[in-house]
Design a protein around this ligand. Structure first.
Ligand code: MN
Length: 243
């Protein structure tokens, strides 16, 4: 059987200096995670027109929205918080078009960190722009630990797609985000929370397979615990890959 193609979103590096060359870039951990799940990564540049985004989605079995820059607050009607990073307009435009196309074509979507935030905004939700200043009682979510460190627990909603995928209702996760979902998009429901109430996962409740997580499962694949590999296995299964 031909393994399914997965569109993997990328960012671009900012060129500085006279001889610097702008590059399309994505953390290799995503590539490895997709391949380990029996899928083929197709890296998508952050510069697609809506027409090109539809062409990509038509050609793949699923979409992985990767982590990265803060989403432009103008896209959810908010003024920029001083700690919100500069927006990457091309990436925001590209990924919103990919989400629209994936929704229309019912392609499975796995959304990670910024990917979860972008997905929520693309579907009509809003974000907390900086947890430390806007939710003073929150845990420290933008951690400086190793990317593989499980630094806080999440509680999973029983009966959710995430609970079925991981086979567990509580486990530790890494945490590398200063923003989070605020108001969920109408088509999404929260399926995991941190101890401070921050939404750590969301999914759809209908026939469109969507799983969004605020942590980075792609960094945890070598862990003895199966939870994070199981997320990619569930995505592969939704995309028609070999179990
Ligand atoms: Mn977190």
């Amino acid at each position: 059987m031909t393994p399914p193609l997965i569109a993997l979103t990328a960012s671009s590096t900012h060129a500085t200096g006279a001889r610097a060359t702008p590059r399309v870039a994505v953390n290799q951990a995503y590539v490895r995670a997709i391949q380990q799940a029996g899928l083929v990564p197709l890296i998508v540049p952050p510069s697609l027109s809506p027409h090109q985004a539809r062409a990509i989605v038509d050609s793949v079995a699923g979409l992985l929205l990767s982590g990265g820059e803060d989403v432009d607050p103008a896209l959810y009607g908010a003024a920029r918080h001083p700690l919100t990073q500069a927006a990457h307009a091309g990436r925001d435009t590209t990924e919103r078009a990919l989400v629209d196309a994936a929704r229309a074509a019912r392609r499975p979507v796995l959304a990670i960190c910024r990917g979860m935030q972008l997905l929520n905004v693309a579907l009509g939700g809003t974000l907390v722009q900086d947890l430390a200043t806007e939710r003073p009682g929150a845990l420290v979510h933008p951690r400086d630990d190793e990317r593989t460190a499980r630094v806080h627990d999440v509680a999973i909603v029983p009966g959710s797609r995430l609970a079925a995928a991981t086979g567990d209702l509580a486990f530790g996760v890494n945490s590398l985000h200063h923003q989070a979902v605020d108001r969920l998009a109408p088509v999404l429901r929260a399926t995991a929370h941190a101890g401070d109430g921050v939404i750590e996962a969301a999914e759809t409740g209908d026939d469109w397979w969507v799983l969004a997580v605020q942590w980075h499962p792609e960094e945890l694949l070598d862990d003895v615990q199966p939870w994070d590999r199981a997320i990619f296995a569930a995505f592969a299964d939704a995309c028609g890959g070999a179990p």
